[in-house]
Design a protein around this ligand. Structure first.
Ligand code: ADP
Ligand code: MG
Length: 423
């Protein structure tokens, strides 16, 4: 077996959300080998730890347990062989394009001619020749990210790590930059052959990667490691391409990624988790579905949302009986149609009835009938008890926001307590 460039051995990572809070397990026991020439995409729901994992690979974070190796040596501190491209570009506004690309080269004590030559080549690779003296503020998002990529390429890294490099860009720009990166992956003259990229976009993963790693959440762990044997250059319109997309899609949307439920699952399973979506997002989804009942992929684009955020809105609308999702289509139920055609007051009444029926609200009603109020800590404890395996703060957040909309609960933000106000 080929010696891996990056190797993770039983890596776990804990973070404390607040200073005195007990640390939470973010990544659990991850073992992973990335071989030279691997092109890997990391896919997974929001918050599952993709950014954390890629930062561990770049040496920007250290594991709580386990070890990270680069070319057989344990990584201590920032890993010089790995370059990182960030979602929000992370450019220095006071430096020109060329200044930004050269900035990380300073630490290498290269001759001036070498620095200029590398910057020139990197800018050429991303199509920015001629923009050397321009400042970031004068550039579009797509051009800024080209600078981000050029800056990473200029250090001649062995591995290029990218954390959702296209997600801050509009759809067309993202597509053209993705195509260029695809060409770069396929070009035998390109010295950079190892890449790890975080994405929430399945098509992007299938377009770029030779290997797709799907992470599951709570705690973050590897759920699947799928090879993608399609030859480059890839054609997203080809049936083989779509087949792989659909397979992964099925996996991500179905319940094939079991949540880690501590304790006895049968005792708690009847309470549905609350997806992290606002009522506004749910109504936005309903109105888009009404205009053109859609494919899940198109919906994300139409809503201007990331795939995982959109998925939360879809799950929420499904939980409330407003949509159903045959295969990868999202269609309005009769109730969803009624909401869409009704006025605000009726809309609110329908939603209120649907929210009131949810298991977690039934529990809360019983609890508050006894205790009258719960403070933030108690509420959080109840959430982790009633909806185990889901982040209690997220559940509490959705519970309060839906409950207030429906007029079922009151949240006193000064005293930080919740009380029941519905009938
Ligand atoms: P993803 O990139 O998959 O959306 P992240 O790696 O950003 O997920 O985050 C995974 C989890 O770790 C989240 O629950 C997030 O709140 C938590 N987290 C990330 N960074 C920190 C940090 N510096 N301190 C505390 N918690 C963090
Ligand atoms: Mg992230």
């Amino acid at each position: 077996m080929e010696e891996p460039v990056i190797k993770l051995e039983n890596v776990s990572l804990e973070f404390a959300a607040e200073r005195h809070a007990p640390p939470a397990l973010i990544l659990s026991d991850i073992s992973l080998r990335i071989a030279p020439n691997d092109i890997v995409a990391l896919l997974g729901p929001s918050g599952c730890g993709k950014s954390t994992l890629i930062r561990l690979m770049a040496g920007l974070l250290r594991p709580t347990r386990g070890k990270v190796f680069f070319n057989g040596r344990e990584v201590e501190g920032i890993c010089p062989g790995v370059a990182m491209v960030f979602q929000n570009f992370a450019l220095f506004p006071w430096l020109t394009v060329e200044g930004n690309v050269c900035a990380p080269l300073e630490q290498y004590r290269l001759a001036a001619g070498e620095v200029a030559g590398r910057a020139r080549r990197a800018l050429e690779m991303v199509g920015l020749t001629g923009y050397e003296n321009v400042y970031p503020r004068e550039l579009s998002g797509g051009m800024k990210q080209r600078v981000g990529i050029a800056r990473a390429l200029a250090v001649n890294p062995e591995v290029l790590c990218m954390d959702e490099p296209f997600s801050a860009l509009d759809v067309l720009t993202a597509e053209s930059l993705r195509n260029e990166l695809g060409r770069l992956c396929a070009d035998p003259a390109n010295p950079l052959r190892t890449m790890v990229s975080v994405t929430h976009n399945i098509e992007e993963a299938v377009y770029l990667a030779k290997r797709i790693i799907v992470l599951a959440a709570h705690p973050g762990r590897i759920a699947l490691d799928i090879p993608n044997p399609l030859p480059y250059p890839r054609d997203p319109g080809a049936p083989e391409f779509q087949k792989i997309v659909e397979e992964i899609h099925e996996i991500l949307t179905s319940h094939e990624l079991p949540e880690a439920v501590p304790g006895d699952p049968s005792a708690t399973r009847q309470i549905e988790p609350l997806p992290r979506a606002t009522i506004g997002e749910i109504l936005g989804l309903i109105s888009i579905c009404d205009e053109k009942p859609g494919d899940l992929f198109d919906l994300g684009d139409d809503m201007g949302k990331q795939f995982d955020e959109m998925l939360e809105a879809v799950k929420a609308a499904e939980l409330l009986g407003l949509v159903h999702t045959p295969h990868d289509h999202v269609a309005l139920t009769p109730l969803g149609l009624r909401i869409q055609s009704s006025l605000v007051a009726e809309r609110k009444a329908i939603l209120r009835a649907q929210i009131d029926r949810l298991g977690v609200f039934t529990k809360l009603r019983e609890e508050l009938a006894r205790t009258k109020t719960l403070d933030a800590d108690a509420l959080r404890d109840r959430m982790s008890e009633w909806v185990p395996g889901h982040k209690p703060l997220d559940t509490a957040h959705t519970l309060i926001s839906w409950g207030r909309y429906a007029g079922l609960v009151e949240w006193d933000s000064k005293k930080q307590i919740i009380r029941w106000c519905g009938v």
